[in-house]
Ligand binder design. Structure first.
Ligand SMILES: Nc1ncnc2c1ncn2[C@@H]1O[C@H](COP(=O)(O)OP(=O)(O)O)[C@@H](O)[C@H]1O
Ligand SMILES: O=C(CO)[C@@H](O)[C@H](O)COP(=O)(O)O
Length: 481
């Protein structure tokens, strides 16, 4: 491999299932080294991970990057949004982190919405109506179920803040990730003291919100990572905002990400405030906005169905009327935290491959239902949908999105867009460039475009019908949920 043309930066994606690190040449965007290490997430009623595992995974991912990581001039960390990390006076977790896909705080989400002026108040104040994913609902859940953990908490962080702080020794976050907490006011771009007081969280426990382009700190001496003391650390951001940076998207370009979560989003100049709660009004990592809808059941749910059927994930067959709503983890879009998976239309001649295709259709239907809401009204409806995340590699995912969206679908060749976005943020610190412009210079969105095909309206209508008819069952959940 030839020597780098420019300085090197490290971009990190600490996502739900693993931590990935890329060493990137600032001049060309070439990935000169990469590493990845897994995390564990609890199963059962909750979804929790020990934040110290994220640090160990980061250490391992950087070790795999070899010498290149030692040469990095700047680093930035993107990560799964919303997770509640509560730290004691020594910076140690008081308990495992409560993750974005833990739905135990659904009653608190409902109660907080009602107690503080309803959905319209929340949408206008914070950009979003809180669902169980939002940090504020997790804090309320903890206060109710584990008051001793709340009393022990001397700092409250998001996943990417936790790692950044271990690098720099400074408690920092950014507007992108702060906007997913439920205690950051999107109108004033500051912590919302009324909401914090309502949930009994002292603002002094929260990290400083670093401005886009500002240095979060420098790497401190005492740690086991390959960076030299004084290496610049960018503020990082939530994984979806990082991927938006990594693609260098402008308003009007929709993105669908197929990973542990499914997301659809676009950049907008207008501050979102959707009182239906379907669209979360996140901030992006630059100064614009990132209206986004997120599902809890995406690649893991479909892979689980494939495993249950004993099929390879690509072994789909065209469906003939069977519907599978793959809400194995409850669901956020639509907001059905107590739901479980639901199958309708099973016949003697239904094949396993058709059942698997129905799972893909169900997962994609949930995301497409929100697509028009996240893209500005004046956007070109024929613009290609950028398809990213681990699932975007799969032919069955690509063909399902193509058939159900009726849009052209572009699949960027670059694989780790969250880590690339973090790398672009780190590069921006060095060169003074806008990180999105860095990503465009690196041509990160380049990849084949699959032509549009006629939208499969019949399947969309059938799934919508089952969803509507089964609403009482899906809302109620099961005894074991
Ligand atoms: N070739 C592939 N085809 C379909 N799905 C894939 C493929 N490779 C990985 N995946 C799916 O991608 C998921 C991981 O995606 P990723 O975006 O890395 O997740 P996350 O960032 O949420 O941890 C896995 O759950 C796996 O099911
Ligand atoms: O909750 C959201 C967005 O609101 C999720 O998108 C998380 O940010 C987790 O992302 P992945 O681990 O699936 O990348």
């Amino acid at each position: 491999m030839s020597a780098a043309e420019g300085p090197l930066v490290v971009g990190v994606d600490t996502s739900t299932q693993s931590t990935k690190a890329l060493v990137v040449d600032v001049a060309t965007g070439r990935v000169v080294a990469s590493g990845q290490a897994p995390h564990t997430v609890t199963s059962g009623a909750g979804r929790e991970s020990d934040p110290r595992q994220w640090w160990d995974a980061l250490t391992e991912a950087l070790r795999q990057c070899g010498q290149a990581a030692h040469e990095a001039a700047a680093v930035s960390i993107g990560g799964q949004q919303h997770g509640l990390v509560a730290l004691d006076t020594h910076g140690e977790p008081v308990r495992p982190a409560l993750l974005w896909n833990d739905v135990r705080s659904a009653p608190q989400a409902h109660r907080l919405t009602e107690e503080l002026g309803g959905a319209k108040f929340w949408a206008e104040r914070t950009g979003s109506v809180p669902a169980a994913s939002f940090t504020v609902t997790k804090w309320a859940w903890l206060a109710e179920h584990e008051p001793e953990s709340v009393r022990a908490a001397k700092a409250v962080r998001l996943p990417h803040d936790y790692l950044t702080e271990r690098l720099t020794g400074q408690g920092t976050t950014d507007r992108g990730d702060a906007s997913g907490t439920g205690w950051w006011a999107s109108g004033t771009e500051a912590y919302d003291e009324e909401i914090l007081a309502h949930v009994g969280l002292d603002p002094a426990l929260l990290p400083r919100v670093v401005r886009p382009g500002e240095v979060a700190g420098t790497v401190r001496a005492s740690h086991d990572l390959p960076f030299s003391k004084g290496t610049l650390v960018a503020c990082g951001t939530g994984d979806n905002a990082a991927a938006a940076l990594g693609l260098g998207i402008r308003p009007g370009t929709p993105v669908m990400s197929l990973g542990t979560s499914g997301t659809v989003y676009a950049v907008s100049r207008r501050r979102p405030a959707d009182p239906t709660g379907i669209v979360a009004g996140f901030a992006d990592a630059r100064g614009d906005w990132l209206p986004l809808a997120c599902t809890l059941n995406c690649t893991l749910a479909v892979d689980r169905v494939a495993t249950l059927l004993g099929l390879d994930r690509e072994a789909v067959e065209p469906g003939t009327g069977v519907t599978l709503l793959p809400f194995l983890d409850g669901e956020r879009t639509p907001n059905l935290p107590n739901a479980s998976g639901l199958l309708h239309g099973l016949r003697h001649d239904t094949t396993g491959g058709q059942l698997l295709q129905a799972a893909y259709d169900g997962a994609v239907h949930s995301l497409l239902g929100a697509l028009d809401r996240v893209v500005d009204e004046d956007a070109d409806p024929s613009a290609p949908l950028l398809l990213i995340g681990g699932g975007a590699r799969g032919a069955a995912w690509q063909q399902t999105v193509r058939r159900l969206s009726g849009r052209p679908v572009q699949v960027p060749e670059a694989r780790e867009l969250v880590a690339l976005g973090a790398a672009a943020q780190a590069a921006g610190l060095l060169t003074g460039e806008d990180p999105a412009a860095v990503a465009r210079r690196w041509d990160t969105a380049a990849g084949p475009v699959l032509e549009a095909v006629e939208r499969d309206e019949g399947t969309l209508a059938r799934i919508a019908g089952v969803l509507s008819d089964a609403a009482p069952l899906l809302e109620r959940g099961t005894d074991t949920a």
